[in-house]
Design a protein around this ligand. Sequence first.
Ligand code: DX5
Ligand code: ZN
Length: 216
Amino acid sequence: MAQINPSILSADFARLAEEAKAVEGADWLHVDVMDNHFVPNLTLGVPVVEALSKATDTPLDCHLMIEDADRWAPQYVEAGAGSVTFHVEAAAAPVRLAREIRAQGARASMALKPATPIEPYEDLLPELDMLLIMTVEPGFGGQAFLDIMLPKIRRTRELISKHGLELWLQVDGGVSASTIERCAEAGADVFVAGSAVYGTQDPADAVRALRARADA
Ligand code: DX5
Ligand code: ZN
């Protein structure tokens, strides 16, 4: 079954606990950490993740869009994240980092920006619990889905199958009722949705509707 991870980036930051509770029933809560260096936007850090992890029973899927991921990622596990995604473009030693995150007891995930190909990282896939293919340039919610990423999703799914891995394949950016089916058909099984969930009157219902479309 498809997993739907609402992105708190599109929620009201003055009411984060309520906004997290509004999507209970979702598989994971996606938390976008931005440092104004790796991406041109600034969001939240370790103390807010720690507070959120106490405010909701939904496990946290932390997406780190930050430089020096090797140094910071382990702190997000300590803060309560169940899954930590670092960008390969920002990690000096991705294998060592993935092993460290797993050793701490969290799921290790690696993200690729749109211009980063999957092929050089084929041999790293067994070190990961999830791979994130960005379907927009990271930094902001509400951007248009990049159709040109569909072949990369498809090729990544083929590599996962070829190696017989359990790895989850996540897509993030512009995922909505009108794009989720194409992502699922290409092989994604974890879907991040910000504006398509929090931009609606009933976020919990939006999660159910997205899941139904992805599973159709
Ligand atoms: C963008 C973030 C996304 C963002 C997605 O850099 O990584 O998680 O919240 O927002 P939507 O779903 O509105 O594109
Ligand atoms: Zn994200």
